[in-house]
Design a protein around this ligand. Structure first.
Ligand code: DUC
Ligand code: ZN
Ligand code: ZN
Length: 479
């Protein structure tokens, strides 16, 4: 049967290897990978890199924050922005707030995303209300419907869970085969310092970075690792920002535990100095905050040695109303937390990673590992026969001076940077959705991805001494 489309003459890069081949596409799938293919249509990729589309496993889209602020992006604008940056799959969050019924939250996100997304998407959950119904009924049902991961918070007044609730949620994840993603920062440290700062009249955004201490991150990671060990539940620590936090993950892994780490562009490319520009620093505030050059180096090292497993955007897009709701009177405690990053995640790493990571590592960190970790591989995250034809064709020499992006925040923290290397043509399931920088995708064409249990996330089957003792007494712990 004839091929519908051939991407010819390019250099294909996967997480394993770089090779010359044409990519033959029929319908939505890659069906051949070899030289000399011909098809109904051809895209000439001579001199270009042919990479799997990015998979962004941490982004907030059309989500209400715990403080009641809606993201500037909806499922249309966010996915359009992602596509322009070479990302073809997103996994945003369905956020349960205290008092919310999880099943209703999930249904609501499904209906909004279905109507608007231009690229494929899965979902994680945010669990803020782990009541009986959530734990026994809605969470297992969601997991079995392909939403196989959820995030919990150790800080934020309105979303944080108690230690007992964290253990409950981990037990539900363990029983039903899901991954727990953790926002690990010590709540007491942050709120104690923040209270003192505001009382002293220190209200500018720069004090946000003071309150979210390095130690607060490391302490929470160390604590939650012990919980995960007790329940024998794999976890992924999101948005890791400090050498101390990375070291805590490294040590957990050295003890053989399944503890994964994630970092984001803001921890590689921004520092706390970006926040220290008066009130406008709010535009650079996220949690945890960007740190310093030493922390950036630690993040690069963590990515290189695998302690940090994935590189995601943590796109949390808020416009000026979310950032400065009270104008000049806004204190750092009232700003919406987060920075946009969906579109520039890949071009930033491509540019600044040149002398640090290989092209294969680039693909692994931006695409393949996400698909593997979150149960989408090999449908997503690679260029292989049988995979979805989700492909970004990169011009490695294209220079772009960052001015604006396609999201709706109205700003980018990376304005003025000169990036080298850009995805010029992007395909999703065989369809060109960005052609030489121009959108060619219809609203609502993106599909929901029911995710499989990830083989990487099987529990270890290793008990802490107390759980082993219970088993020896024939009175095992009931999760
Ligand atoms: N955590 C996130 O993951 N994103 C934005 C803000 C936050 O605290
Ligand atoms: Zn978080
Ligand atoms: Zn986030």
């Amino acid at each position: 049967m004839a091929l519908d489309l051939v991407i010819s003459g390019g250099t294909v890069v996967t997480a394993e290897k770089t090779f010359h081949a044409d990519v033959g596409i029929r319908g939505e799938k890659i069906v051949e990978l070899k030289a000399g293919l011909s098809g109904e249509k051809t895209i000439d990729a001579a001199g270009k890199l042919v990479l799997p589309g990015g998979v962004d496993s941490h982004c907030h889209i059309e989500q209400l924050s715990s403080m009641g602020v809606m993201t500037a992006d909806d499922f249309y604008s966010a996915t359009v922005s992602a596509a322009h940056g070479g990302t073809t799959t997103v996994i945003p969050f369905c956020a349960q707030h205290r008092g919310d019924v999880l099943a209703e939250v999930l249904a609501d996100y499904h209906s909004r995303a279905r109507a608007k997304a231009v690229i494929d998407y899965g979902f994680h959950l945010i669990i803020a209300n782990p009541d009986e119904r959530t734990l026994q009924r809605d969470l297992p049902a969601a997991i079995h419907s392909g939403v196989r991961s959820f995030k919990i918070f150790m800080t934020y007044e309105r979303t944080r869970l108690t230690d007992e609730q964290i253990l409950d949620v981990m037990a539900a994840a363990r029983k039903n085969g899901a991954l727990v993603m953790v926002h690990a920062e010590n709540h007491g440290v942050i709120s104690w310092l923040a209270g003192r700062m505001v009382n002293q009249g220190n209200t500018l955004p720069r004090y946000h970075a003071i309150c979210h201490t390095r130690g607060a991150e490391a302490e929470a990671i160390e604590r939650v690792v012990r919980f995960a060990e007790l329940v024998d539940c794999p976890i992924l620590i999101v948005h890791v920002s400090t050498p101390e936090g990375i070291e805590a993950i490294r040590q957990a892994r050295a003890r053989g535990l399944k503890v994964f780490g994630e970092t984001c562009p803001q921890y590689l490319f921004l520092t706390a100095k970006d926040i220290d520009i008066g009130l406008q620093g709010a535009l650079f505030c996220c949690s945890p905050p960007p740190r310093d050059e030493k922390a950036q180096e630690a993040c690069w090292r963590g990515l290189k040695d695998g302690t940090l497993h994935v590189y995601s955007s943590d796109h949390a897009p808020y416009g000026m109303e979310g950032k400065l709701p009270k104008g000049e009177k806004t204190t750092f405690k009232e700003m919406a937390n987060g920075v946009p990053g969906l579109e520039l995640r890949l071009p930033l790493l491509f540019t600044y990673g040149k002398n640090r990571i290989t092209l294969e590592e680039f693909v692994n960190l931006t695409s393949t590992r996400h698909a593997q970790t979150y149960g989408l591989y090999p449908r997503k995250g690679t260029i292989a026969v049988g995979s979805d034809a989700d492909i970004a064709i990169w011009d490695p020499e294209r220079k772009v001076t960052v001015e604006t992006t396609h999201d709706r925040t109205g700003y980018t923290p990376y304005k003025g940077r000169v990036l080298t290397g850009w995805p010029i043509t992007v395909l999703s399931r065989g369809e060109v959705i960005v052609a030489d920088g121009k959108l060619a995708a219809e609203r609502g064409r993106g599909q929901f991805l029911e995710r499989a249990p990830s083989p990487a996330l099987k529990p270890l089957g290793r008990d802490v001494p107390e759980i082993a003792q219970l088993k020896a007494w024939n009175t095992p712990l009931q999760l």
